[in-house]
Design a protein around this ligand. Structure first.
Ligand code: CMC
Length: 386
């Protein structure tokens, strides 16, 4: 144990070399495969970004059309998977359902268990994962409402198909609002990858034991669920609601967040790596204003969020600790404006992060990285006998 260096939370320990996402926390820069997040969020489609992350290059029109077509061929899930829903209690958290449903894909597609998959098999597993995710996510939502399930339609693109299965009516032809499609596209792109965060590291470490893609992604979904990670987006809206019901006194809640005897933290604030600003939060804040205006929605929690941000940014506690709004601070207000309940917010994060997890799993495999296995310093008893 003499040679083991302790680094709780891996604050300074690199675990891999990666060519997928570049992040400069001091400057607030985020790039996927060299492309700035701002440009991608403005000009690319989510599937183009997914392809970029997974295969390394932005696809041509022809390539992305084929990618979309391949995905559309696999959007149905096995009918038997619908039976799982009957087993969950009616108010089960969608993230628990998502994690177990995604893991169970490996039972329906046992070819994914092969550790040395050919290129073709590996791509087939990746396409199925991307395709079935939207259907699983939409079915979880429909089941939570007790509504009939809406099946995928191949004529729609990835996002429109997802919105159709979520908000479409069985009897009418679906006309998605372009504002909603564009907002979803932007949000999913902004969540698509974020180098070695908790869930991505989980996907890599689970995959490093040669575990199949579905089970590795399922583990990532579980890691994302926690309120310090992706679960923060649900926690933020619940916090803003509580502040609103409490009379909207933001100073009181800032004082609570600063109080070391109070476990309350300002949800949606702070980041392990960003110490200046979170570039995703900047784009999302602007998008939030635009989207609410286009949809004609006046959400009183938006005002509270802005007041809170303003007060926190001028408070010495937040300044000293370099605590700024992160990606989760404004995203929930947009999701809510689009019609999603707060329990679905982290599921939407997972839908966005999926291409990043896949890309990182694939890179780890292709680099033939060794099994992930941290060390420890033993501090227990050493000499006990029965
Ligand atoms: N509210 C109040 N104080 C905070 C907060 C907060 N949100 N975040 C950090 N601090 C304080 C913390 O108490 C500590 O103070 P001190 O030095 O006096 O002990 C200092 O700032 C450093 O915090 P830390 O917990 O050591 O930092 P970390 O890098 O381990 O944690 C974090 C990062 C994101 C988990 C944390 O900032 C946090 O809990 N934020 C709230 C939850 C959240 O919004 N998570 C979403 C993260 S971004 C998207 C994603 O990953 O999904």
């Amino acid at each position: 144990t003499g040679h083991v260096t302790l680094d709780f939370g891996y604050k300074n320990t690199g675990a891999t070399k990666s060519a997928i996402t570049f992040l400069d926390g001091e400057e607030g820069i985020l790039k996927y495969r060299g492309y700035p997040i701002e440009e991608l969020a403005e000009k690319a489609s989510f599937l183009e970004v997914a392809y970029l992350l997974i295969y390394g290059e932005l696809p041509s029109k022809e390539t992305v059309d084929k990618f979309q077509k391949d995905i559309s061929m696999h959007t149905l899930i096995h009918e038997d998977m619908k039976k799982f829903f009957d087993g969950y209690p009616s108010k089960s958290h969608p993230m628990a359902q998502l994690s177990s449903l995604v893991c169970s894909l490996s039972t329906f597609y046992p070819e994914s268990l092969e550790a040395n998959q050919s290129e073709e098999q590996k791509n087939d597993t990746i396409i199925k994962m991307l395709a079935k995710m939207t259907t699983i996510v939409a079915f979880i939502y429909k089941k939570s409402l007790g509504h009939p399930l809406i099946y995928p339609k191949n004529k729609y693109d990835y996002i429109t198909n997802y919105l159709w299965m979520t908000f479409g009516q069985r009897t009418e032809d679906f006309e998605p609002n372009p504002v909603v499609v564009s907002a979803m596209n932007k949000l999913l792109i902004l969540h698509a990858d974020h180098e070695q965060n908790c869930s991505t590291s989980t996907v890599r470490i689970v995959g490093s034991s040669d575990c199949n893609l579905y089970a590795s992604i399922s583990a990532g979904i579980s890691a994302l669920w926690g309120p310090l990670h992706g679960g923060a987006n649900q926690a933020v809206i619940e916090m803003l609601e509580r502040i609103k019901e409490d009379g909207g006194d933001t100073d009181k809640w800032i004082a609570k967040a600063k109080d070391k005897n109070d476990p309350f933290r300002m949800m949606g604030f702070g980041h392990r790596v960003y110490k200046n600003f979170d570039p995703r939060a900047k784009i999302i804040k602007k998008a939030c204003d635009d989207i609410l205006e286009s949809l004609g929605i006046n959400d009183p929690v938006l005002e509270i969020a802005k007041k809170l941000e303003q007060a926190a940014l001028t408070d010495q506690y937040f300044i000293d600790r370099k605590l700024y709004p992160n990606v989760d601070f404004y995203s929930g207000i947009i999701y809510r404006a689009l019609g999603f309940p707060s329990e679905m917010f982290t599921v939407l994060f997972a839908l966005g992060r999926l291409p990043g997890w896949i890309a990182q799993w694939k890179e780890m495999r292709e680099n033939k990285e060794p099994i992930g296995r941290p060390r420890q310093i033993y501090v227990g008893d050493v000499d006990k006998h029965m």
